[in-house]
Write a protein that binds this ligand. Structure first.
Ligand SMILES: C[S@@+](CC[C@H](N)C(=O)[O-])C[C@H]1O[C@@H](n2cnc3c(N)ncnc32)[C@H](O)[C@@H]1O
Length: 221
């Protein structure tokens, strides 16, 4: 899979995407990740990427010209161009699974007051939000999407890190899990998990998943 990111803050991407599963996926050639500085596509002396909104109002908007030029040079016919925006559909595991099936993504990260509307209308195939809050720019949302999508790529997770049983994989939250010791400060691991009885363990886990989801996220049921 190839993911391009267009951002004003390429330095923010160093670190989070050079660790753990994303690092391994990049090294293994499962993910080809390229970070592009939007300013490279601004051609005036000051490399201007923003301007004041017509009609007045606070803040600055990202201008169309640099973003159009960048997207037209980076995206191919099959690339899914995604704007990061609080006005997008809210990202979740189902969307991560959907994106993991696509070969090429271009994530366009905003800043200031956001994008000139023509960028939305003409360039974006999709708009994704992290939730009902406002961040300073789209770099963190882009990293969240890259992380969530990369771990779903076939071969990205080792045997010990399965994506099959975790939260949201069956529309439910994950059941409680325990490791050694079987008793810690008087707190005991549920007997059934020590029983070796696989059918009983599976039943208990399903019940616990349902109970936890009903208590914490009834909207998922
Ligand atoms: C300060 S925000 C702009 C907010 C915009 N004025 C609005 O009210 O929707 C700057 C940029 O950060 C990113 N951003 C902020 N919050 C986000 C969120 N919840 N999800 C995705 N991207 C977000 C977007 O790329 C956005 O263009």
């Amino acid at each position: 899979m190839k993911i391009d990111v267009l951002t004003l803050f390429p330095a923010m991407f160093a670190g989070p995407l050079d660790e753990s599963i994303v690092k391994r996926a990049r090294q293994a050639g499962l993910l080809d990740l390229r970070i592009h500085n939007l300013r490279e596509y601004a051609h005036d002396r000051h490399k201007t990427v923003d301007d004041r909104p017509f009609g007045g109002g606070p803040g600055m908007l990202l201008k169309p010209e640099p973003i159009f030029e960048a997207v037209e040079s980076l995206a191919r016919e099959q690339t899914r161009v995604i704007l990061l925006s609080p006005a997008g559909r809210v990202f979740n595991q189902a969307i991560a699974r959907e994106l993991a099936l696509i070969d090429e993504l271009l994530l366009v990260s905003g800043h200031y007051e956001g994008f000139d509307e023509r960028i939305r209308e003409q360039l974006a195939d999709d708009e994704l939000s992290m939730g009902d809050f406002v961040l300073t720019n789209g770099a963190l949302p882009a990293m969240v999407i890259i992380d969530a999508v990369t771990r779903l790529l076939p071969g990205a997770l080792g045997d010990e890190e399965s994506a099959h049983e975790e939260s949201f994989s069956h529309g439910l939250l994950e059941y409680p899990q325990y490791t050694r010791p079987a008793e810690f400060r008087g707190m005991k691991v549920p007997e059934v998990l020590l029983s070796g009885h696989h059918a009983e363990i599976a039943k208990w886990r399903t019940e616990q998943s349902r109970r936890r989801t009903a208590e914490r996220r009834p909207d998922l049921l």
